[in-house]
Design a protein around this ligand. Sequence first.
Ligand code: GLN
Length: 473
Amino acid sequence: MKIDLNTLSIKEAHEALLKKEVTVRELAEAALLCVKERDGNIHAYLEIYDDVMAQADAAQKMINEGGAKELTGIPLAIKDNILIKGRKATAASKILEGYTAPYDATVVKKLKAEGVVFIGRTNMDEFAMGGSTENSAFGPTRNPHDVTRVPGGSSGGSAAAVAMGSVLGALGSDTGGSIRQPASLCGVVGLKTTYGRVSRYGLMALGSSLDQIGPFGKTVEDAEIIFKAISGFDRMDSTSAPDDMIVPRKINTKIIGVPRDFLGEGLDEEVRENFEDSIKKLKDLGYGIKDISLPNIKYSLSVYYIIMPAEASTNLSRFDGIRYGLSKDGGNTLVSYMETRGEGFGKEVRRRIMLGAYVLSSGYYDAYYNKANAVRLLITKDFGDAFKEVDAIITPTSPVPAFKIGEKTEDPLAMYLADIFTVPVNIAGIPAISVPSGKTKNGLPLGLQIMSSHFGEDTLFEIGKKFEGKNKS
Ligand code: GLN
């Protein structure tokens, strides 16, 4: 049977596996064939594993013995900053070239228990710093919808791997939009979960108070299936939310908020029209739409680009040429340290380390880092106040559709501006999902971002599923 992973959802593949209409090997072969045919052009992967068929056979055994779970035998791809024991993990950085992970990330452990088939590790912006996957030390990924354009980032490889049909789902990480923005630019679903809901153990840290691992899928239901498999309390992550914090809520979303004053300049005209269309669709589905105000949200980008580099500069100090990966011998410790980091880290990573060290330095700590933390609380409070009036909030996911490769590489500020709608979510620690909302005249995908209050993932799934149904009809 010829299988096209592009037209198959996780749910359908699972049912077909149970009914023995398809085998795990056939799914894995379809994945590898797609990689062979398309990845030369797209470069979603940094590595395709050589034991895919052995993994497939182990999963098939689970199914044959009656132990199948929802993800058993499902081909997935994993971002290169999430550890899989015994496999390479580089965060797309030269400094970690040749590094092998000594243990499984908690999410990986959970997916292994499900019997997932890992196809390979995906390309990304170096250490997840970027919004286009052009900051990879191993060359950019291209958007499957138009290979002259970026797939978004930093999890651009994972988004492209799903969009090109090489896997049924993938994992990414989201510090300021790195799952939702590439999902939007590649026309797939991407979920950033509530801070603490998915364990960060085994994720290479970027901004520890902002980072979350989350799923990509072709449908909201697929993203939900992966989310269920990877979430839950983990004692290995000190910020993991205890299960009893997650109160089951009655899901009956009625009112959706639109922060109009935040949707001002810089928004592409087609994105704006598409967003208005999305509002209409939600109204047709019976939701009430209410204009809301988030007075401090305009400071989100400034706050983010202080807190994130501050945390990143601290987290990345562990790459010292002694403990991990690249090691230059400069004759003495200090020179070895400087040579290793100078050669191992790319330009954007060095820029952020310098920014972070600056805002944390004794003379500027109060003026920048402390101020940013204070404003962070105000932004979080704005969301809290808004969620007293509305059940969810929507914006476009990205202010622009996929841009040309090279278009923003010389202008980091222009690149940072593309994060405008996604970073507030990480600052406040709330969950958000990006759901495909249509295409531009040139066929470039667009996405709608739906946000809800802490632990409100079910609200996102409810609205997301209805919206995507409406979008297809
Ligand atoms: N684009 C944002 C940045 O460059 C988001 C990165 C992320 O979420 N990892 O920091």
